[in-house]
Ligand binder design. Structure first.
Ligand SMILES: [Zn+2]
Length: 877
């Protein structure tokens, strides 16, 4: 909790610590109300001769302190709410610290806490200091041993990092386990789990032939639901060996699933802890999306073993060093496991919705932030997703071989170290012989650049001149921006459909059909020769840079690219751009009170998508979904939620009406009747069929309600059930109520499935949704102390663009109240959910005033956390 004006921490103030702790032995005697922690540390002075020893610690009861075995008198040290300071210590000594903590009353879910009777820890970023006083900073690497002692009946499983050394019985029904992790690590990678858990077990033979035991621990009864995660883990381990030459290093790798967790999952060395939402799956309870997410998150956390654990961050300003890189690695893995094109589309959609929005608002910050009040607030889409895009651009610039050479050098040079983003970039320069001076701006400059492309064709000379101009917008802390180095992948498409060779002026050989231009100046001109006809420009293929590619084009040309571009990503992109233009025009019409009609050029172009749907189901499904209301809001000023919703609904109905028969045929034919398998091809078929359902039930009629209900009733897996319910959630017909009640009763005992049920109701466009969400907050399954429940209901509601932005302000009030109630319980999650209010300036005056008022009330709350203080202040600033 905040007691005074919070302190800002700056990258430029970084200093190496004056002391190093190279070894720590921990002893936990577990008790929900009073856990005793004994820590024995080997400390050595490495800096200033006269410096006092300063360790971080929060919410600790200090019982005793010893140096080299001798009790320290109370006048030789001092503590405050955040630190322990010991003056005049020797240059080398053994420090014993005895503390007591209360895991049962820890609702912030940082440090050691209880989740449904299971002890577990979350130390990243600064949770370790809630167990003992320590150098809680990532640049102090130590070897850990951990002894855990607890009652055997309630806590038969005792886990920590590394390999199990010993375990045994103790008097009075107690037992212990001793774990040793030989790899030096920062304390944010420490983990402990104790509880009554079941597990599944498997084995992996590494590329050098070592056998590694694999275990996934879950609540009893959930063991079968961990099989897909185990399968994903083994595939990820093999993939990292093949693609990066990285082998696993301990004798055992463990994952534990817990119910109450602030993040998705955590990469603690050898003992990953997962939010059960991204680990448990069965066809009856998980959707295809859940399966894909589990595969991706299991891989992500496993990949951290090298990019995060073996090589870690020097300080938290380097967070993207491990996160951007590991997100890039897990995205490449998923692309290899599934459809690479569809994975790219999904990632770009997420980037635009979350990161572009962040980059354009009051919370904009560079991939490497320069300052923070609390680092918890910088686990952002910019650090993660834009950070991953930066790695992708590096790979584009140096090529596949150069990329592998650079990462090999990085692992060889920095294994066992805490390093900086600068050292990462240096490996690329050294391995590939390139100067990346300008490229480094991607880490330092916030804001999404715009690349404007103007092409001019001269039929006489058969030359096509392409002018590229870049602008980087000012952001709150940076008014002046320099031009960036932007890889622009492009192709030229002939009017009749074929790709045209890209030969630059001055080249002797005929060029390739796709190439990457490097835009480094504010404006550059590229001239292509021997261009047979006036081409269509296909720019930013596979989204080669996280920028707005802006190429003005006639609607007919966009429609042509939508069906003929050689790059599937850009076919989708052309469709989205065309749909956006059409929808924004419709929204303008809707604003003036006239029922909007869609431009036939987009509606007609859908015929071609339907005709080729069989070639790639998952891709066709993406092509058939117009930009979301949230995406459209980013392009309209001021954004009008009602007009946007009306326009999008009218477009979907227009498409449904025009192509009724092919949609019905596809919908029928895609129903294979085969038993469920989670593979990408089957998931793609289900996805397309469920998108077709959206169209065949588009009209607000009883017939539509019956189609949706029949879809729900006949579903044999969660994906199809949810699609049926989602369709019903948009309708005010009796079938809606019956199906929702049926679903509730069927899954009443499964909180993760009820989360979906709550989320669908919170996302409904029907009036009365605000009241419905308020009612659901009183449902027995809702729990303010469990982040999954809060995100499923209130998080889903704040993503409901129409109802969150209700004109009377009731949507804002609901979210504002929840944030104020949640903050004292879990400040990290409250601060992250506050992002709902981030874009308040994009709306009309009345809505602006209401959102601003919510933020002001938040700031007036007594005892407000630094987390929420930091984001709310910046949003208003
Ligand atoms: Zn991560």
């Amino acid at each position: 909790m905040r007691t005074e004006e919070p302190r800002t921490i700056r990258l430029k103030d970084y200093r190496a610590p004056d002391f190093r702790i190279s070894k720590i032995d921990l002893d936990f005697v577990l008790d929900p109300e009073a856990t005793r922690v004994a820590a024995t540390m080997k400390v050595r002075r490495t800096g200033n001769k006269s410096a006092s020893l300063t360790l971080s610690g929060e919410q600790l009861k200090l019982l005793a302190l010893r140096i080299d075995g001798k009790d320290l008198p109370e006048n030789s040290y001092r503590t405050d709410a955040e630190t322990l300071i010991v003056d005049s210590v020797p240059d080398e000594f053994v420090l014993d610290i005895f503390t007591e903590i209360a895991p049962a009353s820890n609702t912030s879910l940082e440090g050691l806490y209880l989740s449904k009777g299971i002890f577990c820890t979350q130390c990243e970023a600064e949770g370790f200091r809630r167990m003992t006083y320590y150098l809680d900073r990532p640049d102090n690497l130590a070897v850990f041993t951990t002894r855990i002692e607890a009652g055997k009946t309630k806590y038969p499983v005792l886990l920590s990092n590394g390999n199990l050394v010993r375990s045994g019985e103790l008097p009075e029904g107690r037992h212990f386990a001793l774990w040793s992790d030989p790899f030096p690590k920062p304390c944010y990678l420490f983990a402990l789990v104790a509880g009554d858990l079941g597990y599944i077990e498997d084995e992996f033979a590494t590329m050098s032939g070592r056998k590694v035991a694999l275990r996934i621990y879950v609540e009893h009864g959930n063991e079968p639901k961990a099989l897909y995660a185990m399968d994903s883990l083994k595939r990820a381990m093999r993939w990292d060996e093949e693609k990066y030459g990285r082998e696993y290093d301990l004798d055992i790798f463990m994952i534990v699933a817990v119910s109450a967790f602030n993040f998705g999952a955590m990469e603690n060395k050898g003992l990953n802890i997962f939010n059960d939402k991204v680990l448990l799956a069965s066809p009856e309870t998980a959707t295809d999306e859940d399966y894909a997410r589990i595969e991706g998150v299991v891989a992500h956390e496993y990949f951290h073993n090298w990019t995060g654990d073996r090589i870690t961050c020097r300080d938290w300003f380097q967070l993207s060093l491990k996160e951007g890189l590991t997100v890039f690695r897990d995205a490449s893995f998923s692309a290899d496991m599934r459809s690479a094109g569809v994975k790219r589309i999904e990632d770009v959609k997420f980037l635009r919705m979350r990161q572009f929005q962040e980059d354009a608002g009051p919370l904009a910050h560079p991939v490497q932030p320069q300052s923070y009040i609390t680092i918890d607030n910088f686990y952002t889409a910019t650090v993660y997703e834009k950070g991953a895009e930066v790695i992708g651009m590096l790979k584009t610039l140096v090529g596949n071989d150069g990329y592998r050479k650079a990462t090999d050098l990085y692992f060889a040079r920095h294994d066992g170290q805490a390093v900086t983003i600068e050292e990462w970039v240096k490996c690329f320069e050294d391995a590939c012989g390139r100067d990346l001076g300008q490229f480094r701006l991607w880490y330092r400059q916030a804001g999404t650049p715009t690349v404007e492309a103007i092409g001019a064709y001269d039929a006489g000379t058969r030359k096509y001149a392409l002018t590229l101009k870049q602008t980087v917008p000012p952001t709150p802390d940076q008014q002046e921006k320099r031009p960036m180095q932007i890889p622009v992948r492009l192709g030229l498409v002939g009017r009749s459909g074929g790709a045209l060779p890209l030969t630059l002026e001055g080249e002797n050989a005929i060029g390739p059909e796709e190439r990457v231009l490097e835009l480094t100046g504010a404006e550059q001109r590229f001239v292509f020769v021997d261009v047979e006809e006036e081409p269509l420009l296909s720019i930013g293929r596979r989204f080669s840079a996280p920028v707005h590619f802006n190429a003005p084009m006639a609607a007919a040309d966009r429609a042509a690219l939508m069906s003929r571009d050689g790059d599937p990503f850009n076919r989708w992109e052309a469709g989205q751009a065309l749909a956006t233009d059409v929808l924004l025009e419709m929204a303008d019409t809707a604003k003036s009170g006239i029922a909007p009609r869609p431009d036939p050029i987009y509606v007609d172009a859908i015929a071609d998508v339907l005709a080729h749907a069989a070639e790639d189901h998952a891709f066709a499904a993406e092509m058939l979904v117009p930009p979301s209301e949230g995406e459209l809001a980013l392009k309209m000023s001021p954004a009008d939620p009602v007009a946007i919703h009306d326009a999008r609904t009218a477009l979907i109905r227009g498409i449904a009406e025009k192509h009724r028969e092919p949609f019905e045929v596809l919908y029928r034919n895609l129903d294979s009747g085969d038993p469920f398998t989670p593979d990408a091809a089957s998931a793609g078929r289900r996805r397309l069929r469920n998108v077709c359902l959206r169209y065949v039930s588009a009209e607000d009629t009883d017939a539509s309600a019956r189609i949706a209900e029949a879809h729900y009733r006949s579903a044999t897996n969660m994906t199809d059930m949810i699609a049926g319910l989602a369709a019903l959630s948009r309708m005010d017909w009796p079938e809606r109520e019956t199906a929702f009640t049926d679903f509730h009763d069927r899954f009443a005992g499964d909180p993760l499935v009820l989360d979906k049920w709550m989320g669908l109701q919170a996302g409904s466009p029907l009036p009365g949704t605000v009241a419905q969400v308020r009612a659901l907050m009183k449902h027995p399954a809702f729990d303010m102390k469990n982040p999954n429940r809060v995100r499923a209901l209130v998080g889903a509601f704040s993503a409901n663009h129409l109802r969150f932005h209700e004109a009377d302000g009731t949507g804002y009030a609901l979210v504002g109240e929840t944030l104020r109630d949640l903050d004292p319980i879990n400040p990290q999650v409250a601060a992250r959910m506050a992002a709902a209010l981030e874009n308040w300036r994009r709306y009309d005056d009345a809505r602006q005033a209401q959102m601003r008022a919510e933020l002001e009330w938040i700031l007036k709350r007594p005892g407000l956390s630094t987390n929420l203080f930091e984001v709310a202040t910046k949003m208003l600033g």
